[in-house]
Ligand binder design. Sequence first.
Ligand code: ADP
Ligand code: 5GP
Length: 206
Amino acid sequence: MKPRGRLIVISAPSGGGKTTICNRLLKKDPRLVRSISATTRPMRAGEREGVDYFFLNDAKFDRVARKQEFLEWASVHGNRYGTPAAVVRKNQKAGRDVLLVIDVQGGLAVKRQDPRAVLVFVKPPSFKVLEARLQGRGTDSRGTIRQRLRNARWEMALAPQYDYQVVNNTLAEAVTQIRAIITAERLRTGESSSKRPKRLERPKRA
Ligand code: ADP
Ligand code: 5GP
């Protein structure tokens, strides 16, 4: 039987670079798959159903949540987002590591359920750079950017609860560092690394 795959959570404030970084990670690592979330947010130009998100109306999202078919769900920037549990579990069972690109509330909820989950927080080099990247992306109005920057301060305050923090200076550097984290996690010796080692019994000399 293959060892069960891990959950790798990548969170960052909006504009922090998580989408760009994850696309690169997925291209370089065939053992990784991305979980596709469900959301009540309207589809943006260029997005595709079942590729970027599963776009659900409020009633359908409620039904899925009520049936407890989400691994976690949260309200983010006024919309709801959730991770469909069944696909994640199927991939883990097949030995694939699953990348969850979700917000900090979701990341911490996942860790509460599964302490083996690996939480990586991607930080922008500064708030100034974050603002410039949000403006440069050209997908959000000035009001939306202001709201996302306010949210970013709250999200950054929760970052110390994550297992790892990576600063997204250059893309190449951030991707290399996250790949190193994934490699190290794959080399962990079972569950032992989070426990205190047992006292050693020296063999008695004859
Ligand atoms: P998120 O998914 O976290 O909201 P994106 O991946 O959409 O963020 O990145 C926001 C913008 O910043 C995009 O236009 C992206 O091309 C750019 N970007 C991401 N990482 C870097 C980087 N290291 N250097 C310069 N620009 C970056
Ligand atoms: P966007 O609407 O810009 O694609 O995403 C907005 C925020 O929702 C991002 O922080 C993103 O990581 C988060 N998000 C996307 N999917 C999920 C999910 O399934 N669960 C949670 N908790 N957050 C999600």
